[in-house]
Design a protein around this ligand. Structure first.
Ligand SMILES: [Zn+2]
Ligand SMILES: [Zn+2]
Length: 382
C-alpha cells in the first residue's frame, strides 16, 4: 500500500509547514479529490492518501516520527508505535463520513478486487533444497463458475432489473459534513449491488458465481532455497472479484536435515573426524555428495583440530546470482578411547619417539608449550 509516499509532497506543503498551512492544504485537496465530487478513477485512492498524509502531519508526535525515520520506515498497515493508525480518527468528526463512504464503496459488488492469496506448505529433502526440484502440489481454490461463467444465473434463464435500485446496484444517501453536503453511495442490499435480480440461480454455484476447484500445480523450487523460504505461484490463488486479478499461492518450504551435511548459506559444511595417525600423516578421503558423486578431499599431513578444509565451488548455488558456495570440512582429531594391545604398544613406542623428537611439533608453535611442560614434568628449569 501507500508506504513510500512523501506526505509533504502529497499535501503540497513545505517541510516546515505550520499546522494551519497543513490544515488549509488538506481541506483544498480533500474537496478536490473527494470521490463524490471527483469522478476520476483514482479519486478514492488519492483521497485516502491525502487523508493519510494529513493524519500524520497534523499530529505533532506522528509528524516528528515521520521526519525522523523517513518515509521508508512508515508503514501505515503496521501501525504506529503506541498509537493506532488505521482508525482514521479525524478531528472534527470527518472520520465518520470517510469511513461510511469507503465502507460503502468497499462493500459494493461492482468494485473489482484481487482474489485471496493461498498458503501451502511443503517438505523437501536437503538435497532437493540444494539442487532444486519440481514438485506437484494440490491446491483448492475458488474459481469462476464454469457453468454460468460467473453470471450467477442458470444459463438460458432471465434476470430482472432490481426494483430497489432501478438496476444501478447503488443506493445514494445524503449526509452533511464540514465539506458540505455529500452523497454516500452504498451497494443496494436487495441485489447486493448487482442491479439485477437472479430468478433462477446457477445450479452449480447456487448463484455465487464461484466454485471450489482442486487442481494440481507444478511448483518449481529453485536450487539454493533454505528452510522457511516461500515460493510464490503468481495468479494461482482464488479468482478475483469482478474482473480483479487472481490471488497468488505461497508455498512455505521446510527442509529436512541431512545426516552429515549442513548449510551455511551457500556453503556445504560437514564434520570431518580424523584419527590421530591420519591427522599426522595426511590422507585422502572421498565425500559422497548430494547428487551421488564422490568428491575427493586431500587432508594435508599435520592437520589440527579446528582446521577448516575448503573446496571452492562445490557448495550450493546462491539463489540470486547462481554463484556456487564452498564445500567445507571441519576437522576434529580423534584419539582412540579403547585400544587393542597392539595399538597400545604402538602408541607407547610412538610416545617415546615423540618425547625425543624435538622437530615433531616445530611447525605449529606448540613446541614451546610442549617443551615447557616436559621441562616441568622432568624437573628441569627452562
Ligand atoms: Zn454458476
Ligand atoms: Zn438493487
Amino acid at each position: 500500500m501507500a508506504t513510500q509516499k512523501d506526505y509533504y509532497n502529497l499535501l503540497g506543503v513545505p517541510r516546515d509547514a505550520t499546522e494551519e498551512q497543513i490544515r488549509r492544504a488538506f481541506r483544498g485537496l480533500a474537496m478536490e479529490w473527494h470521490p463524490d465530487r471527483n469522478k476520476a478513477k483514482d479519486a478514492g485512492e488519492r483521497f485516502k492518501e491525502i487523508n493519510e498524509a494529513y493524519q500524520v502531519l497534523i499530529d505533532p508526535e506522528k509528524r516528528r516520527m515521520y521526519d525522523r525515520f523517513g518515509r521508508a520506515d512508515i508503514d501505515p498497515n503496521g501501525g504506529w508505535p503506541g498509537r493506532g493508525f488505521d482508525g482514521f480518527d479525524f478531528p472534527g468528526g470527518v472520520g465518520d463520513i470517510f469511513d461510511a463512504f469507503f465502507g460503502g464503496f468497499r462493500g459494493q459488488a461492482n468494485t473489482s478486487a484481487k482474489g485471496r492469496d493461498l498458503q501451502y506448505s511443503m517438505t523437501i529433502t536437503f538435497e532437493e533444497a540444494a539442487l532444486g526440484v519440481e514438485r506437484e502440489v494440490q491446491i483448492t481454490r475458488q474459481e469462476i463458475c464454469g457453468r454460468c461463467s460467473g453470471e450467477l444465473a442458470e444459463p438460458g434463464t432471465q434476470k430482472e432489473q432490481c426494483v430497489n435500485c432501478s438496476g444501478s446496484g447503488q443506493v445514494r444517501r445524503t449526509q452533511s459534513s464540514v465539506f458540505g453536503q455529500f452523497v454516500q453511495v452504498v451497494a443496494c442490499s436487495a441485489c447486493r449491488g448487482l442491479g439485477q435480480t437472479i430468478l433462477s440461480p446457477c445450479t452449480t454455484c447456487r448463484g455465487t458465481g464461484r466454485e471450489k476447484s482442486t487442481r494440481k500445480v507444478m511448483v518449481n523450487v529453485p536450487a539454493g532455497v533454505e528452510d522457511g523460504m516461500r515460493v510464490r505461484l503468481a495468479g494461482e490463488g482464488d479468482a478475483g472479484v469482478n474482473g480483479g486479478r487472481p490471488g497468488d499461492v505461497f508455498v512455505s518450504l521446510s527442509v529436512k536435515p541431512h545426516p552429515y551435511f549442513r548449510r551455511d548459506k551457500e556453503n556445504l559444511v560437514f564434520d570431518l573426524p580424523l584419527h590421530v595417525a591420519h591427522a599426522a600423516l595426511g590422507t585422502t578421503i572421498e565425500v559422497p555428495m548430494l547428487a551421488g558423486e564422490l568428491e575427493t578431499f586431500e587432508v594435508p599431513a599435520g592437520v589440527q583440530s579446528g582446521t577448516i578444509l575448503r573446496k571452492r565451488g562445490k557448495g550450493v548455488p546462491n539463489l540470486h546470482n547462481g554463484r556456487l558456495g564452498d564445500l567445507i570440512g571441519l576437522v576434529t582429531v580423534m584419539t582412540p578411547q579403547k585400544m587393542s594391545p597392539r595399538t597400545r604398544e604402538l602408541f607407547e613406542e610412538l610416545s617415546e619417539s615423540l618425547d625425543d623428537d624435538e622437530e615433531a611439533y616445530a611447525t605449529n608453535g606448540v613446541k614451546s608449550w610442549f617443551r615447557k611442560l616436559k621441562d616441568v614434568l622432568t624437573g628441569e628449569s627452562g
